[in-house]
Design a protein. Structure first.
Length: 318
């Protein structure tokens, strides 16, 4: 419920108590870190609000009027309660800053978060405990919405309802096949070939799968998705299946840099098809990351900028 209109603010009441305690408006102003004219203005505001003088100014200092003494007596309880409130808020902030729970999609969790964590621990304000919950982008969004995670990182093109998002890095998807697959001997395949081929894929809700399907649909609005050749719950399992010759897969370029360099996976380009995607930080709508979550978000943004996230790319060849 709203306060009565004649209730002064806490700063004016606290100043009044200091004037009475110290016996001087000047000494009270100094104690509060404000100028004497500012202190006088606060007392005038208080007197105008209550409609009564609260201090008597003399050559020896200031003392309360009868009304001022009574107001000060009531104010003492209010200020004490405000100090308890402030102490409680400080405790809550300390508890928040002592731990950080992060939810991240598998690509971010495996290939980006470890470097971010090293940078976070090297910073001045590092939480005592950091926990990471890894899953698909839909699961990450749910963890943030339910308050289990202070911040999340997803691969989906846009934030789910109820969340705000900002890009922190840019990633590219690549087609990968075993060295013995027919596509491995080609420098490029067509989008039509890729779109018609059942793939080794993550489950529905995965950011990589969602990004790929939306990109293809944008180019081919009437595309009928073939069912997955094999559906697996981790990128590592998908890489293993593709390398074993089960079938083609579309994965993050971050996840297969070693395999492409060693030749255990081949990446034919997809002619004329660019698919760069943003990796995004998410948090509840109307809020902003605070404490260590804010620090981690800043580190992720700086790391992304340092890696040249403003560039372009797509489904590419090795």
């Amino acid at each position: 419920m709203p306060l009565p209109p004649r209730v002064p603010d806490l700063a004016a009441l606290d100043l009044l108590l200091s004037v009475i305690e110290l016996g001087s408006l000047g000494r009270a102003a100094e104690a509060h870190g404000i100028s004497q004219p500012s202190a006088s203005s606060r007392i005038r505001y208080l007197e105008k609000l209550v409609g009564l003088p609260v201090l008597e100014r003399t050559t020896l200092g200031s003392r309360p009027t009868p009304a001022g003494a009574l107001i000060a007596e009531w104010a003492g309880t209010v200020i004490e309660a405000a100090q308890q409130l402030g102490a409680g808020i400080d405790t809550l902030r300390e508890q928040r800053d002592s731990r950080l729970h992060v939810a991240a999609s598998q690509t971010v969790a495996e290939y980006l978060f470890p470097k971010w964590l090293v940078a976070l621990r090297a910073s001045a304000a590092v939480p005592a405990a950091v926990t990471l919950e890894s899953g698909n982008s839909a699961g990450v969004a749910q963890a943030v919405l339910e308050g289990r995670a202070g911040i999340g990182f997803i691969e989906s093109p846009r934030a789910p309802k109820g969340l705000e998002s900002r890009p922190v890095a840019v990633d590219r998807l690549v087609v990968v096949v075993a060295p013995g697959h027919p596509w491995a001997r080609r420098s490029a395949i067509t989008l039509e070939e890729l779109a018609a081929t059942p793939l080794v894929q993550r489950e529905a809700g995965s950011g990589t799968r969602t990004s790929f399907e939306r990109a293809v649909t944008a180019r081919m609005p009437d595309w009928r998705r073939p069912g997955p050749l094999l559906e697996l719950s981790s990128t590592t399992a998908i890489k293993t299946a593709a390398a074993a010759g089960v079938g083609p897969a579309v994965v993050s370029s971050l996840a297969v840099s070693v395999e492409r360099a060693s030749g255990t996976l081949k990446s034919p380009a997809v002619a004329g098809f660019d698919m760069t995607r943003s990796l995004r930080a998410v948090w509840p709508q109307g809020q902003r990351p605070a404490g260590p979550a804010r620090d981690l978000y800043a580190i992720a943004r700086r790391a992304g900028a340092g890696a040249g996230t403003g560039g372009t790319g797509g489904i590419e060849g090795s």
